[in-house]
Design a protein around this ligand. Structure first.
Ligand SMILES: CC(C)(COP(=O)(O)OP(=O)(O)OC[C@H]1O[C@@H](n2cnc3c(N)ncnc32)[C@H](O)[C@@H]1OP(=O)(O)O)[C@@H](O)C(=O)NCCC(=O)NCCS
Length: 156
């Protein structure tokens, strides 16, 4: 879906603060803006109060989630909350808003893939995701080591 004028800036502000370069998980600006021009890719950005910044509400971006819809499934592609805003429920707000939006798009299942050992697993389990598969040594880390990808699924 086309981003509104400042949306890519908002996402990149959170992105640049949020990811440890050791894991190579952050997307660059081009990847974000290209993804959001696709018709079935969606972004939700929230401010420090958990309000959705949809172009009509102004606020300081504090977190975002990106997703892709296909048939009756939606994939959570990337989620991040700025380090100084973590532990306040914004991650939960983003995921719950995504579930609601995905359902309105006709999704009945939600998927995501996560690097084994990412503490984000606590958030995913809290909202009902269950591990459904492992891709062994799927991610290449900056130090040359490899780590498994774990696929999680949840019925909406
Ligand atoms: C994962 C992330 C989005 C969570 O955001 P957040 O706003 O801190 O999450 P919340 O405050 O809504 O936490 C929701 C629940 O998940 C748990 N949780 C979230 N992150 C956690 C962490 N790093 N360690 C332990 N528990 C965590 C919380 O304890 C909370 O449960 P509780 O209410 O029972 O305490 C954030 O840590 C982040 O941006 N991480 C870096 C980017 C990343 O790795 N993204 C995921 C891979 S794409």
């Amino acid at each position: 879906m086309s981003p509104f004028p400042d949306q890519v800036d908002q996402i990149m502000a959170v992105m640049e603060a949020s990811f440890d370069p050791a894991y190579g998980e952050a997307w660059n600006r081009r990847q974000v803006s290209d993804a959001l021009t696709l018709p079935h890719t969606f972004a939700i950005v929230v401010d420090t109060f958990g309000r959705v910044l949809d172009g009509s509400v102004a606020g300081e971006p504090a977190g975002f989630v990106l997703s892709r819809h296909a048939a009756d499934e939606e994939e959570l592609l990337l989620i991040a909350v700025s380090p100084d805003c973590r532990g306040a429920g914004l991650g939960l707000t983003l995921v719950e808003q995504l579930f609601a939006d995905a359902k309105t798009r006709g999704a009945t299942r939600m998927f995501l893939e996560m690097r084994r050992g990412n503490p984000a697993v606590n958030l995913y389990k809290k909202v009902g995701f269950e591990p459904i598969g492992v891709r062994t040594n799927y991610y290449n880390l900056a130090d040359g080591s490899k780590v498994d990808a774990i696929t999680f699924g949840k019925t909406l």
